[in-house]
Design a protein around this ligand. Sequence first.
Ligand code: C2E
Ligand code: MG
Ligand code: MG
Ligand code: MG
Length: 290
Amino acid sequence: RAKSLGPNVYQFFTSTMNEQIHTRMSLEHDLRHAIEREELELYYQPIVDLETGFVAKAEALLRWEHPSRGKVPPYEFIPLAEETGLITKLGEWVLYTAARQMSQWQTQVSMPISISINVSTHQLKRGLSIATIADVLSYSQLASQLLTLEITESLLMEDTVANIQWFHKIKELGVKISIDDFGTGYSSLSYLKRFPLDFLKIDRSFIRDAINKQEDASLVKAIIAMAQGLKLKVIAEGVETQEQLSFLHQLHCEYVQGFYFFKPLSVTDFEKHVLEKHNVPLLKKRQSKS
Ligand code: C2E
Ligand code: MG
Ligand code: MG
Ligand code: MG
């Protein structure tokens, strides 16, 4: 017990804890008002189709510009939003904003670009309804096949009837489902055949080490082979180097996302660096050497 170490130590612990609680409470208070104060912004990270060499998708990534703290990273405020229930409001704001943005952008491109939106497990558990997703589509006028929801494996561990039905209803709307951070969650793979899924996103940690570590290279190969067998398309996250790109290209990985091509871009930068150049492929067509 801190108290047995003397009164000063006790005080030290108490004030540090008070400070932490205070920081958390003020951050929570500020987050509650971040939407109406227009402090939230979506960035869009392009995802490249390795077959065609064109940007085919973009992932919406939330940014918070706090008036005094500056940029607060998602790993600091998303968990807070989840614990406090604010994720419902934030998540809806992200869905409506990203879908409308992507719908507007369709008029400026020759080939459609789809939008991937992160949906947290907490958000789904707190009852993100099919009606909300349908409303997002009608409000934004985005074609449903251009919307993908990114979810993590933890949700798929609960294969209750209600849970599986939710996914089937999402599919009936024409919306696609992607498993985010694949490989970092749970060990059971049986959910892959029970849920109607479209994409697997291989977690950045495997891609990072695939060039130097035999184990990671084997895992990436196995995930891609398995996905092909299950008719799921693969997106590799966190591709930063030419070596990683070539490795994935050889394995016929369908899509890549990462700093090698693009960082997450503001709306202005996305328009300048992606939309205005969308007719120029980023890669040569895959050579079919025999
Ligand atoms: P995520 O969904 O796995 O998103 C990918 C993260 O990897 C992003 O981090 C992105 O900036 C980063 N990334 C992409 N390519 C590279 C690369 O080549 N190298 C490196 N080092 N990093 C790369 P970010 O934007 O900080 O987001 C972190 C996480 O926060 C996301 O991980 C997601 O789980 C969560 N998040 C972000 N926006 C939202 C949102 O709107 N809703 C929810 N529920 N979660 C969100
Ligand atoms: Mg994601
Ligand atoms: Mg991810
Ligand atoms: Mg990740």
